[in-house]
Design a protein around this ligand. Sequence first.
Ligand code: Z5A
Length: 225
Amino acid sequence: MTEQDPIAQTLSNMDRGCFITVEGIEGVGKTTNIEFIRQYLSGFNIPLVVTREPGGTGIAERIREILLDHDQETLADDTELLLVFAARAQHLNRLIIPALARKEWVVCDRFTDATYAYQGGGRGLSVDMISQLENSVQGDLRPDMTFILDVPVELGMSRVKNRGQLDRFEQEQHDFFERVRQTYLMRAQASPKHYRVIDASLSLPEVQKSLENALSLLLVSRGIK
Ligand code: Z5A
């Protein structure tokens, strides 16, 4: 998003759709629970776009492949960060911002909190640099609500351990994911109005009950329920 972009300029002030993101370390159940969120919101006839990061558009999905694939040439940490934001710029401009401007709701599997958690907490890159890129690419746009599905690292890893080949991030060690998890929790603590931390180590029905309660409040605050 640039200052010249008219949609971006007006979006933060306009009556736009609600922007929800879902975060957490691997194996917390984002995919499973985003489907639950989609079904729940559909029950209120809310026009909805479900998408993911990195990815969400053709070009952004191609950048995702570079980010997740193993290559003989090791991806430098700075390159990783810039690619994440390159994919995000494309995703915002071609999918998220137009949908919000049409007053559709957007539910996104990961967004910039993941950058603070993985590139900031996990890789140790400068938080100032991430914040500058965030401001430059997103302007004022921030999620209205972020669900952080939280589980201990061992549990998240155990839920996904039977998958086939691990991607670049999944190959990281326990300490990396512990830093990622703690960064998510610190961000939620710093801004409780915009985050809900959900204990995703509970059974799926219990997790979904917590999500339903939080979504219900969001719908009430928007005058839909
Ligand atoms: N990344 C980054 O570094 N910087 C950024 O800015 C962004 C991303 C945006 C791809 O993410 C990678 O991109 C990610 C960080 C990086 N790497 N990692 N790790 P992704 O979201 O596509 O990949 P993922 O995090 O690996 O997601 P996932 O493995 O697909 O996990 P999930 O969607 O959270 O879990 P799930 O597939 O829904 O559930 C896993 C299993 O657990 C499944 O069998 C479920 O049935 C089971 N499950 C789920 N919930 C429960 C409960 N409550 N009880 C029991 N079993 C459960």
